[in-house]
Design a protein around this ligand. Structure first.
Ligand SMILES: O=c1ccn([C@@H]2O[C@H](COP(=O)(O)O)[C@@H](O)[C@H]2O)c(=O)[nH]1
Length: 285
């Protein structure tokens, strides 16, 4: 196995070249219909490949939502393999939004599926859930490091129902804040010389981080902890608010949008991506 550069280094370079917009690939049934595609694995593959084609040479990162491929079973996974492989061959970083979480030994199998070099679904990073304990992710974080991959741990998610659980307090810290702190500590331990670590957190752009107890300064400290921030566009967050929302953590924040881009349809997708990229670049200039 070759030793590629750490994911955080590759992410920092990609953001430097293309900006921090992450394009989500979510082939909802209604979008497949609007795009003139069948609600099938073949339709989801064509949809994903068209988005990848529109992102090539323009966009740093794509985030396929695994669930929308998984619903077609083995054919859906084959379609996703094709979309991921095509994107990576085009030089686009891929975050598989798989949100896996389980016992450490089972997490090892998920890590092997998504972030091990040479696996069929090999991606550059994956999303994981820490709700079986941050310690259950240790092996996954080791696999990521050994393979030059990234992991984004759910901390404060964008859905309103999440606050009930994620604001629970123990030892004076919220669950969301504790998870963000553990991710930052792991970056300090494993990636001390990188400007951006490879252990990221998911922080919804719809969230009030003060209320959630997430200390953005901890995420900004070197090595910075990358932030995957869904919630822009369809869920209501605005790109021009990114500095107010993410404050010191803004430079390591990937702004993710899916439906607000994908709604442009196959003929409008290139211009929609370029327009949102322009807005994102203006917001962080
Ligand atoms: O906190 C989270 C974590 C993940 N997501 C995912 O991001 C996209 C958002 O899609 P939009 O169409 O831009 O709303 C979707 O795949 C979610 O599962 C999230 O929204 N919030």
């Amino acid at each position: 196995m070759s030793s590629p550069a750490p994911f955080g280094d590759r992410l920092a370079a990609a953001i430097g070249s293309f900006g921090p917009l992450c394009v989500g690939i979510d082939p909802h049934a209604h979008l497949l219909e609007d795009w003139g595609l069948s609600d099938s694995s073949a339709g989801a593959e064509q949809f994903g490949l068209r988005v990848v084609e529109a992102c090539a040479g323009e966009i740093a990162v794509i985030k396929p939502q695994v669930a929308f491929y998984e619903r077609f079973g083995s054919a859906g996974f084959a379609a996703l393999e094709s979309v991921i492989g095509t994107a990576r061959a085009a030089g686009i970083l891929v975050i598989a939004d798989a949100k896996r979480g389980d016992l450490g030994s089972t997490m090892a199998a998920y890590a092997s599926a998504w972030i091990e070099q040479g696996s069929a679904l090999e991606s550059d990073a994956m999303t994981v859930s820490p709700y079986l304990g941050f310690g259950s992710l240790e092996g996954t974080l080791d696999t990521a490091k050994a393979n030059g991959k990234g992991v984004f741990v759910l901390s404060a998610t964008s859905n309103p129902e999440a606050a009930e659980l994620q604001t629970s307090v123990r030892d004076g810290r919220t669950v969301a804040g504790a998870i963000a702190g553990l991710a930052a500590a792991r970056n300090a331990a494993d990636y001390p010389t990188s400007p951006l670590g490879s252990v990221g957190v998911v922080l919804g752009a719809t969230v009030d981080f003060d209320a959630l107890g997430v200390d953005l300064d901890v995420l900004a400290a070197s090595p910075a902890t990358p932030v995957l921030a869904p919630g822009f566009g369809h869920q209501g967050a605005r790109f021009d608010e990114v500095r107010r929302l993410f404050a010191a953590a803004t430079p390591g924040t990937l702004m993710s949008a899916s439906r607000s881009i994908l709604a442009a349809g196959p003929d409008g997708i290139v211009e929609a991506i370029r327009a949102q990229k322009r807005q994102v670049l203006e917001a962080v200039a």
